[in-house]
Design a protein around this ligand. Sequence first.
Ligand code: FAD
Ligand code: DLZ
Length: 509
Amino acid sequence: PPELILVLGDQLTAGKGALKDARPGIDTVVMAEVAEEASYVRHNRHKIVFIFSAMRHFRDELQNAGFEVIYYPYEAGKTSLLDAVHSALQECPAERVRCCKPGEYRLLEAMSEWHLAVPVELVEDDRFLASGDDFADWAKGRKQLRMEYFYRTMRRKYEILIDAQGKPEGENWNYDKQNRKGWRGKDTIPVRPTIEVDNITAEVIALVTEHFPDHPGDLDQFYLGVTAAQAQSQLLWFIDQGLPKFGEYQDAMAEESPWLYHALISAYINTGLLDPLEVCRAVERAWREERCSLAAAEGFIRQILGWREYVRGIYWMTAPSYADRNALDAHRPLPEWFWTGATDMRCLEKALRQSLDLGYGHHIQRLMIIGNFALLAGLQVQQVCEWYLAVYVDAFEWVELPNTLGMALYADGGLMASKPYAASGKYIQRQGDHCASCRYQPAKMTGPGACPYNSLYWHFINRHAEKLGDNPRLGLALNNWRRKDRDDQLAILTWADTELERLVPPVSV
Ligand code: FAD
Ligand code: DLZ
């Protein structure tokens, strides 16, 4: 019997998910641009344009492949996906609705309450490399979950960077120690090819400009591909131009570039325009053809085969209560300047502005600049998570939440990360070149001109000393703090309190 196949805006892969075994000429596909999905957070306008335009291009591809597609553009005024499915069922004779399991718990829960005239079947999302059951099996009985061990299982399972004896290539599983160089402006950063804005994207840009005036994002700088072919050519460009230096500068921050040698492919993988396994295999191939070092290839593959699958496993294993965790009792309200970038801390200003304007920040900006500030200042966890979900083009809760709540804010008490990623101005100075153009000095601890990250770092260590006391990875920091003179400690804490009052003022009622 004919089916109605609902394809969501982050499920744009032919032949996978609900489209697996779909029959052109028999089944009908429905896709819808709906207010509820576009507004549940203040999504970056780049993200809305990217999703709507990619959906419209995907619709055309499905039609070219012979599918009947019912497509509701934003102007059709469908409020929710349920609303769209209801309407589509009036237009076609389907006896069942099929949809791939959504990436966010919020939507899964809503779908479980859909009452339609025909049954709804949810199918597993086969675009991921570890299913929920695979992850649960791996996690079962382990006292502590650590990404590194999960990653090794995945390397073996997919035989990626594994030699003929079944050992890791180069004899090590992980080459992270070679991947920590700071940026000193000494290398040439390759210029990224621009992608032409076609008519479909231009129309969507006009629509989003009109309907989402309060959302962040400078659409004059729209830079994303919107088809699988464009995503593929971005990947090939990266493998050629970015990958050779990816590992070396993976943890670096640069004044002159928002992306350095990063791939800019997360949005494509998360929406189905690129396949994660094919990406890993293409990078492995580049190493085998001697086009990059093993450290670069391994470092990159670990992010996708390891971290990406691991955070998804954590998300579904702990949903929905994970989102409410706040293990360090962080309650300061998110300052308004997170939405404008108006701060005189240079590194933070750069990271915030590009995140707001482009919807992009690389990992170290998200973790060690913005996330680190939120952690040290004790910003309210759920407000910070909502900010991340809104601002980045690649943000979907399954990947955003464990990264923000777990990795950056340590609000899960150490389920995701083995220690809080707390760092002072010294780290930021070592990894990048922002400090040279900043009014604050990373070598100064207190008084006017002192880098706020410094005193806030010790404030953080001091206020959580008890909770974090048994974490061996923080032993050194705690000892250094305890060895300080009582007067020095007091001066640092008093200065940090002054800085907190200034930078994160309480919300006026
Ligand atoms: P590259 O640095 O070139 O890395 C290659 C790929 O590896 C990425 O495209 C991505 O698919 C994958 N990857 C790398 N790190 C991670 C990770 N920690 N978790 C999952 N995948 C990873 N990534 C998202 O896709 N969506 C998010 O909403 C998101 N939120 C984050 C929030 C915080 C606080 C932090 C610290 C990280 C977050 N990340 C998120 C992970 C990572 O920062 C982005 O995937 C990466 O910056 C995307 O840029 P890129 O494609 O240039 O990545
Ligand atoms: C993110 C997003 C946006 C902005 N708009 C839509 C939309 O109009 N229609 C749609 O099907 N999907 C959209 N999405 C992606 C969904 O929010 C996503 O499928 C869920 O959050 C689950 O990951």
